[in-house]
Write a protein that binds this ligand. Structure first.
Ligand SMILES: [Zn+2]
Ligand SMILES: [Zn+2]
Length: 278
């Protein structure tokens, strides 16, 4: 089905529509062979809290952005190559239901669908696209994925020393290796995690120990500033640049957006959606 849609006019029109919704803030999405498989609203667990995001599944990339006006205007476009995606189902946990992890080499995060059916549809479609891609390219799935960051709100004290209380002055930091929320002194070391970045990134002391023992020959970049903070303006949130974009009324429409329109409705817009997994 996806292959039949490659050169279809409907597909070209849909992709042009996605491009126009992102406007100049987004990248060109129309490339030969690309098919828009489906779209919908998912709740993405961000650093501070869960937020509603519009997701577009293409046969080679997953695109998501902040919803400014539903179905009309999106911003803060993120593009994830599906080749490096691995999904992991999450058990329902309190208010967080129908979730799964989207893991990639550079960034991993949790998303939640409105219903169990939508969750399984999303996961099946994404997995099918990943499998097809890997089969066509002959590549192997990548085995190292970035850690899922523990949300800030899950830690009032440092998860490493268990002593340091976070405050306006004592900021939270995230270990890029394990995703734990840690204090400055407990994350004063940096290490090159090659699958994430060419530059050394912040890691907690436990991970630093493990990493230096494991790869003793690799260069390490210990940070020795007396106050324990890492130099060169670490924002400890640079990986999560869609954090801020949730002002002006989005929270008020979140509920509605989170209740992703039923599959039948989506399927009318995108007839390919329900047909790709078979
Ligand atoms: Zn600590
Ligand atoms: Zn760690």
């Amino acid at each position: 089905m996806v292959d039949r849609l490659v050169n279809s006019e409907a597909n070209a029109r849909r992709i042009a529509m996605v491009e126009s919704c992102f406007g100049s803030s987004g990248q060109m999405l129309a490339v030969p062979g690309r098919v828009l498989v489906g779209e919908g609203v998912l709740t993405k667990m961000c650093r501070k809290k869960p937020k509603s995001r519009q997701f577009f599944l293409f046969n080679d990339i997953l695109v998501y952005g902040t919803i400014l006006i539903s179905k009309k205007k999106y911003s803060t476009q993120h593009i994830i190559p599906l080749e490096e995606v691995k999904l992991e189902s999450l058990d329902d946990d309190g208010p967080f239901r129908n979730g799964w992890l989207i893991c990639t080499a550079s960034k991993s995060f949790a998303v939640y669908a409105a219903t169990t059916t939508e969750k399984s549809e999303w996961m099946a479609h994404i997995n099918k696209c990943v499998e097809d891609l890997l089969r066509k390219s002959g590549k192997k799935p990548i085995d190292e994925h970035a850690a899922v960051w523990t949300p800030d709100s899950d830690a009032t004290i440092c998860m490493h020393c268990k002593k340091s209380h976070f405050s306006m002055l004592n900021r939270r930091h995230h270990c890029r290796k394990c995703g734990a929320v840690v204090c400055g002194p407990c994350s004063s070391k940096k290490f090159v995690l090659a699958h994430q970045s060419l530059k050394p990134v912040r890691v907690c002391l436990t991970c630093y120990d493990t990493l230096t023992k494991r790869k003793i020959s690799e260069p390490v970049f210990p940070e020795s500033k007396a106050d324990g903070t890492i130099a060169n303006g670490d924002s400890s949130g640079e990986d999560d640049s869609d954090e801020e974009a949730n002002h002006n009324g989005i929270s008020s429409t979140r509920e509605e957006n989170t209740k992703w329109k039923s599959m039948e409705i989506e399927a009318k817009i995108l007839p390919c959606w329900s047909a790709t997994v078979c």
